[in-house]
Write a protein that binds this ligand. Structure first.
Ligand code: UTP
Length: 311
């Protein structure tokens, strides 16, 4: 059984500044829930019982979110609106939370290492809250199944256009077992497209053996002045551990930047029974406006050519 998950949430979220000066990136809303709630829900659906959340400065509202709030509950109860926070209360009653502080944001690898004392000789799940993955089977459940079956480490991967590989850790393949399952030969962090061993990019879900902490013990500050998790997984590989990659089934939203969060909000709203009609009407109205704008621009260009107007 794999029942513990680490959620690293100690980063500064600089791509969202100034919004993230005092509000954690993980608490920014995706429709009506903070991003981190989607992660915890995926974890619970994947049999995770304990979430170890690695936080940092200005992140205590994450703890408040996964806690009871009697005044609010009484207020909603009196108005028969308990359902508004039912989802989060279900989480509080189902899962355990451990919070640890990363003293300095020294990178993802360092955040994971911070949780070393909470894990025994077991495999752990790791969720990056920047990646929201939706689909019929929870993404982490897919990885856990492979990790238990093959007794190995597993990272989630996704095909990306080759000109985008430099934004990711990319895998080199030792062996392909099925259209979606690979054994990894090597990992290359942010390669140039001409040096990339594949276009299979690592995304934010992992199942790792406890030996990852020994590997992280050895790690020095790497690329970007941070301790890289990819480097530690490469060390696991070199020590002889099996690391598999699974091309996950589902849709992934990278919400680590404002445009990604906006796109995810639109996409999820279009699929949500409460918001779908209104958001589709709104987008259709924008579409008409866009056509009118395009028409105006075309007319302007034409009139310039014919010399009818001077602009
Ligand atoms: P990112 O690099 O995407 O997050 O890390 P960031 O540093 O917070 O954001 P930017 O780049 O400045 O906008 C991926 C995940 O790792 C966590 C982040 O919180 C995020 O969930 N992380 C990153 C840590 O927990 N500690 C760190 O030192 C760095």
């Amino acid at each position: 059984m794999i029942t513990k998950a680490i959620i690293p949430a100690g980063g500064l979220g600089t791509r969202f500044l100034p919004a993230t000066k005092t509000t954690p990136k993980e608490m920014l809303p995706l429709l009506d829930k903070p991003a981190i709630q989607y992660i915890v829900e995926e974890g619970i659906q994947s049999s995770i019982k304990t979430f170890i959340v690695v936080t940092g400065k200005n992140k205590s509202v994450i703890e408040d979110h996964f806690d009871t709030y009697p005044e609010l509950e009484n207020f909603l109860h009196a108005r028969k609106k308990d359902d508004l926070i039912e989802g989060v209360n279900r989480i509080i009653n189902t899962a355990n939370f451990i919070y640890l502080r990363q003293r300095e944001p020294l990178g993802l690898g360092h955040a994971i290492w911070t949780a070393r004392h909470t894990i025994g000789k077991e495999h752990i799940a790791v969720f990056l809250p920047d990646d929201i993955i939706v689909g019929s089977t929870p993404c982490m459940a897919q990885l856990i199944q492979i990790a238990l079956q093959e007794k190995c480490n597993v990272v989630a991967v996704q095909e990306v256009p080759i000109d985008q590989v430099q934004n990711y850790g990319v895998i080199g393949i030792r062996k392909q077992f099925s259209p979606n399952l690979f054994q990894i030969k090597e990992l290359v962090e942010k390669p140039h497209p001409t040096d990339a061993p594949s276009n299979l990019a690592i995304i934010g879900r992992y199942v790792l053996s406890h030996n990852i902490f020994n590997a992280l013990d050895e790690m020095k500050i790497g690329a970007g002045g941070e301790v890289q998790l990819t480097d530690a997984i490469q060390t696991l590989l070199l020590s002889g551990e099996k690391v598999f990659a699974y091309k996950i089934q589902g849709t992934r939203y990278d919400i680590g930047n404002p445009l990604g969060l906006l796109k995810a909000n639109i996409d999820l709203a279009m699929r949500h029974p409460k918001y779908a009609n209104d958001v589709i009407d709104y987008l259709t109205s924008l579409d008409r406006e866009l056509l009118i704008m395009q028409g105006k621009v075309a007319m302007l260009k034409k009139s310039r050519i014919s010399g009818a107007f001077k602009i």
